[in-house]
Design a protein around this ligand. Sequence first.
Ligand SMILES: Nc1ncnc2c1ncn2[C@@H]1O[C@H](COP(=O)(O)OP(=O)(O)OP(=O)(O)O)[C@@H](O)[C@H]1O
Ligand SMILES: [Mg+2]
Length: 254
Amino acid sequence: MSINVKNLTINFSDGFIPVKNINFRINSKEIFCLIGESGSGKTLTGMGIMGMIDEIGGQIEGSVEFYGKNILKISEKEICKIRGNQIAMVFQDALAALNPLYKINFQLKEVLELHTNLDRISIKKRIKKMISLVKLDGCENVLEKYPHELSGGERQRVVIAMSLLCNPKLIIADEPTTALDVTVQSEILKLFLEIRDKLETSILFITHDLGVVAEIGDRVAVMYDGEILEEKKVFEFFDNPETQYSKKLLSSRI
Ligand SMILES: Nc1ncnc2c1ncn2[C@@H]1O[C@H](COP(=O)(O)OP(=O)(O)OP(=O)(O)O)[C@@H](O)[C@H]1O
Ligand SMILES: [Mg+2]
């Protein structure tokens, strides 16, 4: 798997261009971090890859090659097959990603019923496997609980399990640990590393936290005002930042 983002530009009809001609590639089993301050265009880039810019009234140009196919140019039906299946997304706010009215089991089952042809027994097995992978098997009766009956960390694990159900090749994780306390954050980061190793998934990890980049990233791209200023292997970035902005970012790190 590789995903190749070429000359990606996102604009709105009022002339606002939040993402300006960016290029990057995410290789197989790689954790690629996109870092930048609030409003730099990280989330819109993730949404662009998922083909969701039309929905919010924007326009997208350039290409996103996934398995050699430009997924910005395929039909709505085809992109729906990829979204949630081969490319999954995990957001910052796990509570908003879950339906408060349904138990966890129902919500996980629904994803598999919608996206796969698995029978009831296989669905049950798959859910059990993913719950164990995200280390929620210690949480008693987790599947019979409603989202509000779980802690923030547990909810984020449920959302991660949900994103893994259909065996995605790429996970776009948009600040998935920002709302969590430091200890839980560190556990969730470890979980992403494990997922990459065990399931061989590539991850686009969006964050504004250099500590997170240092902990899990293979490569990092620094985004500022809709542009990518520099892109490097993580250790090279910390050793030898190129741009003034990156140097400032690193020196202001506490
Ligand atoms: N639906 C939208 N319509 C118009 N402008 C938008 C929309 N969504 C985001 N923007 C604007 O585009 C810019 C980039 O937004 P984006 O959400 O990608 O930033 P971000 O880097 O993810 O920031 P944060 O770290 O705060 O999440 C911002 O100026 C934002 O106000
Ligand atoms: Mg964002």
